[in-house]
Design a protein. Sequence first.
Lengths: 377, 377
Amino acid sequence: MTKIAVAGVGLTKFGEMWDKSLLDLAFEASKEAIKDAKMNKNKIDAVFVSNMLIGKIAGQDHLGAVIASSLDLNCASFKVEGACASGGLAIHLAIQSLLAGTYKNALVVGAEKMTDASTSQITWALMGASSSQERKAGLTFPALYALLAQAHMQKYGTTREQLAQVAVKNHSHATLNPKAHYPFEITLEQVLKSNSISYPLGLLDCSPITDGAAAVVLSATESSGIFISGSAVATDNIDLAQRDSLTELKATKLAAKIAFDQAGVEIDDIKIAEVHDCFTIAEILAMEDLGFCPKGEGGKFIAGGSTQLGGRCPVNTSGGLKACGHPVGATGVKQIIEITQQLRQSAALRQVRGANLGLTQNVGGTGATVAIHILQT
Amino acid sequence: MTKIAVAGVGLTKFGEMWDKSLLDLAFEASKEAIKDAKMNKNKIDAVFVSNMLIGKIAGQDHLGAVIASSLDLNCASFKVEGACASGGLAIHLAIQSLLAGTYKNALVVGAEKMTDASTSQITWALMGASSSQERKAGLTFPALYALLAQAHMQKYGTTREQLAQVAVKNHSHATLNPKAHYPFEITLEQVLKSNSISYPLGLLDCSPITDGAAAVVLSATESSGIFISGSAVATDNIDLAQRDSLTELKATKLAAKIAFDQAGVEIDDIKIAEVHDCFTIAEILAMEDLGFCPKGEGGKFIAGGSTQLGGRCPVNTSGGLKACGHPVGATGVKQIIEITQQLRQSAALRQVRGANLGLTQNVGGTGATVAIHILQT
């Protein structure tokens, strides 16, 4: 595909932002991204907003217009939703509108304000990402991913310790990210001893409830900088019970193949990746389904250190969803920002040396939607 | 812009569909559109779903994957939301993805299931289209549009009777549409005597709470049939209190100008239009802002009969939102279907003779989002 430039990025602190509204967060990230792009805001001709939950939590829909209004823009505006993959979908659709030649510069803003809601409210809201059958069965997302983890352990001998290692690595990375929700180390023992949420997943295998916003300005007119050279989305059956396999996310494989073809690169070319570690098992599945290692060997692969900072291909240098945090609508956009900062060589203490080609994998629900992006210098 | 074909259309009955779920309705419309396109479903490579309310009403988000799953498709899928303009936005974004060359055939499905919800639940859900300030002030949508109507009456002398005439005309058209929610005539006297909802709007000035789904297959590869030659979206401040004027919807003007330029046509070329008559005042504003008549003369223009079947440019031959019904997410897609059927000369009893160029105007909230499409043979 024709490459689209990431002209500017803006990111709020991720965490429990009790003094800020969703609009405050989205506005802050947007202004920063437009400033970073060194662009007059009136050059923005489309605004894509990614959000899943604020309608249910606080009643506000129509976010495209809300956020465009806050920026005093009369250009086209849209809200895009695909559960936790909303950010990746918004990036993908913004790219389409630029490739079409209809717009020249698109602002993509992902934002979520989750900590204002009660636990029952947020659980109900998040379960909108699953099928109605799964909700009726009383499943929650930790339980759904626990089923995937159990299947993987049973079929491939993946261990509880290997799952825990994902969380340990990502917390270690987060210590180097000033925007991270949980910028502190955790030990393998702490993960293993954390309260069981749904076996085998303990509390420290699960990504947190986070507030935050992430924005990028994508441009069809920039000729230098960081570019998106692959952008693909695929869908799988939303019901786990209807899937062919519980040990892979088929949509990751399908979308990755398209994105690699578009960019003309292979998995071995990738120097850095941000993947959707909503639960520790998800990062293991991502490694396998993206082709970083053979099916069944994801746990061993991660525990071996290749995806740590200093390894061959560091994964989730931001801290990932686990430790940087997971404000649902912002996550897919934040992944693009982390890779952009790495490719700009501006990731400070967590910089991956020689990073020139990166990948993001953003998952909705239990893999019913997957968006893959490939970025390069 | 490069023209995109409307290759197939599918529409459920609009009404109180108590025996059908949102998914039933979306599936029915989608299957019909794919069949109408004479296309193997596996040729669909992207699914765009338009919906505003089901997350709040029944908890189900992630509708792109839900509906793609129901069709057993693994292609890209998305949900697009922009309040009552969601359908128009989904059409616009599907067009972008086709113009980009990324996809060849896109299914756009708009669906809403409103009658399962209680009155307070649906009122809360719909108010997500407004600003938080408007919600805090206790405003509802009839009240917001009543403010627009009062301003118009005060500034231009528009009368209560002229407002009512819009409802009378659209009900008259709906008698010829077997899919309409309210396919019966109403009299001017009935509208004037209907219970006051928010002065000057009575019950019969307001569009109803409706269930229904509408689907179209858009194609970049078809070389004959009906085409979309203009597609534009614009945004205005979401807060009425922040607008420059209460007697126009600026976003309609902005989007119409772009769409006319794209299609290379003028308002006088338009032979038929479907506009967003959520309240009777909205159709008066649409006539003026689209340029069918000078500002301030919309009431007189409609009462004069030009937009009735048999007039120079019939408007809302489907019955409009008022009488065909307004299942929010479906409305913008249904407008495209009505114009397509007219241009195909397949609108049966409500056929506009010689219809070869049509327009749709789909409004979100009180005009914070407007999507305009131009269709031609």
